[in-house]
Design a protein around this ligand. Structure first.
Ligand SMILES: [Zn+2]
Ligand SMILES: [Zn+2]
Length: 567
């Protein structure tokens, strides 16, 4: 992949979470946490980074849920957006703008861009047949309708999908369909809708995909196949009231389909950010300047929305927007071998997780088990192992024993090196090698490998201490012991900086103990290899982690208690 270190402005984005429920850990790891790790890394490398996303709040699942709760959809999403925004802050997701699809800037932008696409001749209208409830006097798209699945006979299949067999459905496929609001049988009624003719964009999309060498092969091939099979027109409008009003003449009571507007939120969120800081033109530098890059973190089911739909909209506008530079997709995080499901109570939600353990423990665990090449499975057994053996016994132990020794035996000062041995110098070279490997891991979005490399570097440090036994040398050969702790402290410094993208709080704690913030200048990636000076004064070391002493069963019970309290 093309390296962009220091060269470019990078817009990092995470897919917009649909805000009918709180995200679970699987939603978090692929898009939100991954985007944050990348954004933090690029900032450390001196890139100009903007991290944006927002709550996706329109559409039928939210409207149906609000009707069930007897509140307005806006009330529902106001509450959920506030709750989830606060959770992302607690997860230390460093968004520059986490906004929402109800934002005024977003609505105006979407309407304007759609009109432009319409004027450019990519949108046409046609009459279609839809299910309609006479009693409620409304059309019944997807979630407003239930009935028997034609595939598996499940009696409560939804208009868009059967929850039992997973098959995607059209409302008119259902056997014995009924309105979810009043349970009466719908009639079929004709309605006019607006469609985007994606096939007109096939050639341009094919060129974009073929020429983009950064896209991962799976995303690229999957998308090229989609085009080969022939792109079909997609409805842009819907007969529901909760959404952005369609801007076309004759479409006054219709709203814009959510799949269409949420992906445009990446642009409107950038516009809104710069509007808020009173630099209203600066967003253009991220979207039109060809040296700027846009980077998207999504789950694998979301790939075509970012490799086909979003580029199609941008191309159809004729406004020369930057097309996605890279789309990084993860596989799924499963729980006990199954997909997370709120109704089945399978999974862990991001609010529950933080009630159990500190945020960096989770960030590390999720990075270290990130489903990069295949689905991964959450288990408490693995969680306990990662925290106790990797973070506590290896990472935390190495740092604490090194710094505590410097506190006690060297009067809180980094010892001066004198006549370093061959072995000491080899270790210093090893640090440089490890930092280089870490930068490649981060740049290639191999966060699993990055997390493991951090543990690997601390393991090397521990081995070095064990082999040289400086606690024995200190009695008769203080100079040699000093050399060992000089070298060990350089490893600690490298870890302090390079752990920042994955564990920002822990990194900050180590930097604080190392007394690195004294010159007020913010730290950068290169500082990982700038040695601590001899006689540099450090602060008192404290243990960074503690062991989990509960077993899997006890943690599962604790989770259930927390879940009952939160719901
Ligand atoms: Zn079914
Ligand atoms: Zn009805």
């Amino acid at each position: 992949m093309e390296s962009v270190i220091k060269l470019a402005k990078i817009l990092v984005t995470s897919a917009w979470p649909y805000i009918n429920v709180t995200p679970h850990l699987g939603n978090l790891v692929g898009s939100i946490l991954s985007a944050d790790i990348a954004a933090r890394y690029y900032r450390l490398r001196g890139n100009e980074v903007l991290l944006v996303s927002g709550s996706d709040e329109h559409g039928t699942p939210i409207e149906v849920e609000a009707i069930k709760q007897g509140i307005s959809p806006k009330e529902l999403t106001d509450n959920n957006h506030a709750y989830v925004s606060e959770l992302f802050r607690k997860w230390n997701i460093s968004y520059d703008n986490y906004t929402r699809t109800e934002s005024f800037v977003h609505k105006k932008f979407v309407q304007r861009l759609l009109m432009k696409i319409f004027e450019n001749g990519y949108i046409f209208s046609k009459e279609i047949k839809m299910l309609y409830c006479n009693k409620d006097q409304r059309f019944l798209p997807d979630r407003f309708i239930e009935g028997t699945c034609p595939n598996c006979d499940y009696e409560k299949a939804r208009g868009d999908q059967c929850d039992q067999c997973g098959k995607l459905l059209e409302p008119t496929n259902l056997i014995d369909p009924y309105c979810v609001l009043c349970k009466s049988s719908p009639i079929i009624k004709t309605t006019k809708h607006w469609f985007i003719d994606l096939s007109k964009l096939s050639n341009k999309l094919k060129t974009y995909l073929s020429e983009n060498n950064n896209l991962p092969a799976n995303a690229k091939n999957f998308s090229l196949n989609w085009i080969k099979e022939g792109l079909k027109p997609r409805a842009v409008t819907r007969d529901i009231s909760w959404g952005i009003p369609a801007p076309f003449a004759g479409a006054e009571n219709k709203t814009i389909y959510v799949w269409f507007e949420a992906v445009l939120g990446y642009i409107s969120a950038t516009i809104e950010y710069y509007k808020n800081i009173k630099e209203p033109e600066k967003w253009r530098e991220f979207w039109f300047n060809k040296n700027a890059k846009t980077l998207y973190f999504v789950g694998k089911d979301n790939i075509p929305f970012h490799t086909i739909i979003l580029p199609a909209l941008l191309l159809a506008s004729g406004e020369d927007y930057n097309l996605p530079w890279n789309v990084s997709a993860t596989e799924f995080l499963q729980f006990k071998g199954e997909k997370a499901s709120k109704s089945q109570r399978v999974g862990i939600w991001i609010d529950e997780a933080l009630e159990m353990f500190p945020v960096d423990w989770w960030r590390f665990y999720l990075a270290a088990t990130r489903p990069e090449t295949k689905d991964s499975n959450f288990s408490w057994e693995l969680f306990i192992d990662k925290i106790n053996s990797d973070l506590n016994d290896t990472f935390g132990n190495f740092i604490h024993r090194t710094l505590k020794f410097i506190n006690a035996k060297f009067d809180n000062k980094i010892p001066s090196p004198s006549n370093l041995s061959k072995n000491d110098n080899q270790l210093l070279a090893k640090i440089a090698e490890s930092v280089e490997k870490l930068s490649l891991d981060f740049e290639n979005f191999k966060f699993q490998s990055a997390a493991n490399s951090l543990i690997g570097l601390s393991r090397i440090g521990n081995q070095y201490l064990n082999e040289n036994e400086p606690w024995n040398l200190i009695k008769n050969e203080k100079r040699k012991a000093g050399n060992i702790f000089y070298v060990a402290s350089q490893i600690v410094k490298a870890i302090a900086i390079t752990s920042m993208p994955i564990m920002p709080n822990i990194s900050q704690q180590i930097c604080q103990i190392l007394n690195l913030s004294q010159n007020k200048k913010s730290l950068c990636w290169e500082d990982a290899l700038t040695p601590l000076d001899a006689n540099h004064q450090i602060n008192k070391s404290k243990p960074l982690f503690k062991k989990i002493d509960s077993n899997e069963k006890e943690l599962e019970n604790k989770l259930i208690m927390i879940r009952n309290r939160l719901s």
